[in-house]
Structures are given as structure tokens and as C-alpha cells.
Write a protein that binds this ligand. Structure first.
Ligand code: SAH
Ligand code: TYD
Length: 420
């Protein structure tokens, strides 16, 4: 198994082709050789570790920002998947609120049916299971799907696509709501997913999904959102074209603070709903940020390179002063930062993480040991390098004692610095 090739771009053999419209595009940045971001290793795995080149570009025609090469999804999502949605209280609360808003706004009819794509450990669907509402999760990673089932969440362990949508329709009937969080941007064949959504969704049903927002990634220089699982970086500019290809339209947008800035998109069959004024306003906002222009991405690349220099400078100086640095949270995002910047065990002695499946293993690529949180508490370092910067509020609240004893956090989004 290797990377999956982009569709052929016909007349331009060297360039990848847009996975949405087929137009050749040129990557605007390369993060170099990168490992699988959620593949935590034992020493025995080091020699056979898989690498690919992480490059991103914007399609000149439909403006979809996307990876040039993709890793085979079966290498990413399987029975030993390391990301469990329920590891942060902030996200647990977020999905309780999401479930509540779906229930209030879209699931009020008789015997409603909700399908979730990428339901992971059941963090959202558990609320519908508790209410005995008809629900179905689609989750290909068997270990996290098992956690959901143990909570009473009905879960199919498969990849969602057009053929699975047809099977669900035949077996269970059409859905009032199809929900998806942090998974649409993971799926290479979005056309198959959207053909499936169109089939499965009732005529007045809603498809609601949220993913990290390209505008936030650009404005905050949060380049660590770019890694193997994130095949696409969405904007209204690109998504509106994608949905038009499937006779669907965006009827609402709802910005979210999670994952460093996300957007929740509400989509319906074309003509089934009236678009909110937030939709045209979002086009305006994107024009102002310049998401429709190549120069924006060229400038961003310069800011990413400066961020790398600043971070290495700060870490290097701290180590020269004899300070101990421990990474805080072995996030998928940290794979991009550590491998792109060349942050190794000489700079960061270990990474603390609360997820049992990651503990006792080594980080992808740079092979920094991942240790249980109890070790961070028992031997607090001088600096915690905040790899889970998107959970900063939750972590700062939890680490008041660490800070009171002189500990400090090193951050790099939106800029490199020390807090508090
Ligand atoms: N929705 C959860 C999980 C996000 S991680 C949350 O927001 O926290 C992405 C999840 O999508 C993983 O659990 C992965 O196994 C799953 N996934 C990846 N490709 C998928 C596909 N084609 N269909 C359904 N789920 C998929
Ligand atoms: P997240 O930003 O969701 O990760 P990713 O970049 O992979 O999407 O962070 C989840 C990880 O952070 C998970 O491995 C658990 C870890 N974590 C801690 O170790 N301590 C904490 O206090 C929090 C909030 C997360």
C-alpha cells in the first residue's frame, strides 16, 4: 500500500489534478517528507515506517485547497486508530450542544432518523441513543466504533460512500439529517460521498457538517492543520462549486471555535431551502481575506517559514539555558510541526498525552517518546510545548498549578511565544 495517485491531469503530466474538477494545479508549499500523523510506533516499527511528501495547492479553477498526494485511507483508519474524540472535555461539551441543536432544529418530526459519517467513539450519537431516537453511525476504524457500540450507539464499521448510502436507504429508509464532523475534509472521493448523501437524504432533509476552516488556517498561520488525514481545506468559494455539481446548495454557515476555527455548513437539495444572509456575507469575507487569489497562499508560505524559524530559535535558546521541554498532547497536528521543523528528542524530551493507545509509543517520524500525563504531573518540565493549542483554554484551566510553580507554555499559533 502506498499513496493514492491523483486523477490524471491529461495534458500536464507533472502536476497533480484537482480531485473536485480535474484541473491541474501547482502546490504552493511542501512540508517535505512526512510520516502517518496518527501512527504511533514501537521501536520495532521504526525501520518500516511509511513516509510521503506533504504538499498542498489550490485548484486554479474551482479554488479547492487540497493535498497533492494522499495516503491510502486503509493505512489511516483501521482497528488501531489513535484518535478518540472523547479525549477532551471541550469537544465532549461541543458535541452535546451540536446534538441538542440538531434535535431542536431538524429532528422534530415523527420518528426522525439521523445518520452520522465518521461517528468515532459515539461522542455525538450517544445523545440520540440515550433518547432512543433512530440513528446510525458510519465509522471505519474498528476500535473506536467498538467504543461507540459499547455506549449503545448503532454503528456500521465501513467507509461511507455511494454504495453504502444505497444499502442504508434500502435497509432503513431516508434520513432527516446526515451529520459529519471533521471527516468530510478527510475523504478523497467527495463525489461518491455526495452522490450517497443525495440518495439518502429526504427531500427536505439537511446535510450538516463541520471542518477546520481554511480562512482560520490562513489568518492564524496554523499550518499544523495540514497533515495526511486532511485531504481538503474548505472555503465557501470551493464548497459552493462542489455542491452545485451535485444539485445541492449551502443554505447556512455557522462558525465554530473548535479545532482552531471551524465552519459548520448546512446543505440542502437545490431549491429545498432559503439561503441565510450569512451565505453571501461569507463570500464577501473570503474575498476580503483573498482566499480566491494565489498571492494569498504565496504570502502565507513566507509566514509559515518564519514561524518555523521563530519556534526553533525559542526552543534552541531554552535548551541552551538548560531548560526541560515536554510536548503537551501527541496530536496529529504535532506530526507536521515536529517533522517540518526538525524537532527531535534533544529539543523536546517527551510528549505527554492522556490517550492510552499512544502512551509508551513513539511519535511519528521524530520518534519522541509519548508518556502518560501522570509523568508530566510527577516531573513537571520548565516548558510545555502546546501541541493541542486548540484546547488552550481547557489546558490552561487544568494547569494552573503548573503555572503557579513557574511552568510556562510555549505556543506557535497564531504566533510563536511563551504564555502566560
Ligand atoms: N467526528 C469525530 C471524529 C473525527 S476523526 C470528531 O469530530 O471528533 C475522523 C473520523 O472519520 C475517524 O474516526 C475515521 O475513522 C472516520 N472516517 C474516515 N473516513 C471515513 C469515511 N469515508 N466514512 C466514514 N468515516 C470515515
Ligand atoms: P486534538 O487537538 O483533538 O488532536 P488532533 O490534532 O489529533 O486532532 O487533541 C487531542 C489529543 O490531545 C489527544 O491525543 C489527547 C490529547 N490531550 C491531552 O493529552 N491532554 C489534554 O488536556 C487535552 C485537552 C488533550
Amino acid at each position: 500500500m502506498t499513496t493514492i495517485d491523483p486523477p490524471s491531469s491529461g495534458d500536464s503530466p507533472g502536476s497533480p489534478a484537482c480531485r473536485i474538477c480535474g484541473t491541474p494545479f501547482e502546490p504552493f508549499i511542501s512540508f517535505g517528507r512526512q510520516p502517518i500523523s496518527n501512527a504511533f510506533l514501537t521501536v520495532a516499527d521504526f525501520d518500516s515506517e511509511f513516509f510521503y511528501e506533504l504538499r498542498v495547492g489550490a485548484c486554479p479553477a474551482c479554488r479547492m485547497v487540497q493535498l497533492a498526494e494522499l495516503v491510502d485511507p486503509k493505512m489511516l483508519f483501521h482497528e488501531a486508530y489513535a484518535f478518540f474524540s472523547g479525549t477532551s472535555k471541550g469537544m465532549t461539551d461541543h458535541f452535546a450542544r451540536f446534538a441538542d441543536s440538531l434535535r431542536q432544529q431538524h429532528l422534530g418530526g415523527r420518528d426522525p432518523f439521523i445518520v452520522e459519517i465518521g461517528s468515532n467513539d459515539g461522542i455525538m450519537l450517544q445523545h440520540f441513543a440515550h433518547d432512543s431516537m433512530r440513528h446510525l453511525g458510519v465509522e471505519p476504524s474498528a476500535n473506536v466504533a467498538e467504543v461507540a457500540r459499547a455506549k449503545g450507539v448503532r454503528t456500521i464499521c465501513r467507509f461511507f460512500d455511494e454504495s453504502l448510502a444505497r444499502e442504508i436507504l434500502d435497509d432503513e429508509g431516508p434520513a432527516d439529517v446526515i451529520a459529519a464532523a471533521n471527516v468530510m475534509c478527510h475523504i478523497a472521493d467527495l463525489h461518491s460521498v455526495l452522490r450517497g448523501v443525495r440518495l439518502l437524504l429526504k427531500p427536505a432533509g439537511v446535510f450538516i457538517f463541520e471542518d477546520p476552516y481554511l480562512g482560520d488556517i490562513i489568518l492564524k498561520t496554523s499550518y499544523d492543520q495540514i497533515y495526511d488525514e486532511h485531504a481538503f481545506y474548505f472555503s465557501i468559494t470551493s464548497l459552493s462549486r462542489l455542491f452545485a455539481m451535485h444539485d445541492m446548495e449551502i443554505v447556512d454557515i455557522d462558525p465554530q471555535t473548535v479545532h482552531g476555527g471551524s465552519i459548520r455548513w448546512t446543505v440542502m437539495h437545490r431549491g429545498a431551502g432559503r439561503a441565510s444572509p450569512r451565505v453571501p456575507a461569507q463570500f464577501e469575507r473570503e474575498r476580503a481575506v483573498g482566499l480566491d487569489r494565489d498571492e494569498t497562499f504565496a504570502d502565507w508560505r513566507g509566514r509559515v517559514e518564519a514561524s518555523r524559524r521563530d519556534l526553533l530559535d525559542l526552543l534552541g535558546k531554552a535548551r541552551m539555558d538548560g531548560k526541560r521541554i515536554v510536548g503537551y498532547a501527541a496530536t496529529a497536528k504535532s506530526a507536521t510541526v515536529t517533522n517540518y521543523c526538525g524537532i527531535d528528542r534533544d529539543l523536546v524530551e517527551s510528549i505527554s498525552d492522556t490517550t492510552p493507545i499512544k502512551q509508551g509509543k513513539y511519535s511519528p517520524g521524530m520518534h519522541i517518546p509519548v508518556r502518560p500525563y501522570a509523568e508530566f504531573q510527577a516531573h513537571p518540565p520548565d516548558y510545555a510545548l502546546l501541541f493541542a493549542w486548540n484546547h488552550a483554554d481547557e489546558i490552561l484551566a487544568k494547569e494552573q498549578g503548573f503555572v503557579a510553580n513557574g511552568g510556562r507554555l510555549i505556543v506557535y499559533v497564531p504566533r510563536v511565544g511563551i504564555v502566560p
